[in-house]
Write a protein that binds this ligand. Structure first.
Ligand SMILES: [Zn+2]
Length: 176
């Protein structure tokens, strides 16, 4: 396999807006959507968090998968997360190996135990240092054609948000 791809900072972001003085456009890697995860991504786009609940043992799982990791049964029903969870752990990112996130540091990634019983990972906004066990809610960040789930602390922003600002004076980045 030729798995190594050279990191090409701004040139990989697409045409245009690459001259001196203009901030390079922020380009997020779109998720790889498959048959199992497609309903979850569609739900996020609509501002919901869809989870799978095993119809045999009743446990809720994440990420979406064709079988229950607890009992092996394949039957499940979709349930919507109630919107709350607690911080299980977190890490603050100060340096990133991916240029696409260089403008975002520092940011916080949290592991959150949802009230439904499964654990998810995502950014925590604002990028504070949370307490283990702190209550968080959902924040939906819409990128070009997909939506990212983040978590928001009790004093943080909740609800829908647009693409984070790419930088000062960036022109025309919020369209589409
Ligand atoms: Zn099960």
């Amino acid at each position: 396999m030729s798995a190594t791809t050279p990191r090409t900072p701004a040139s990989a972001a697409g045409p245009g807006a690459n001259g001196p003085g203009s901030a390079p456009p922020v380009v997020r890697a779109a998720p790889d959507v498959d048959a199992d995860s497609a309903p979850s991504w569609a739900a996020l786009r609509a501002g919901r968090v869809a989870l799978q609940r095993c119809t045999a043992c009743g446990r809720v799982r994440f990420p979406p998968m064709p079988g229950c990791p607890h009992c092996g049964a394949t039957g499940f029903e979709e349930v919507e997360a109630s919107g709350g969870g607690t911080v299980y752990s977190w890490v603050r990112v100060h340096r990133t190996a991916d240029e696409r996130f260089a403008a975002d540091v520092p940011y916080t990634i949290a592991a959150v135990d949802l009230d439904e019983g499964c654990r998810m990972f995502g950014r925590l906004e604002p990028p504070a240092e949370p307490s283990i066990g702190a209550r968080v809610g959902f924040a939906f960040v819409h990128h070009g054609d997909w939506t990212e789930l983040r978590f928001a602390g009790a004093d943080g922003p909740a609800g829908a948000a647009g693409e984070p600002a790419a930088g000062p004076g960036s022109a025309g980045g919020a369209g589409a």
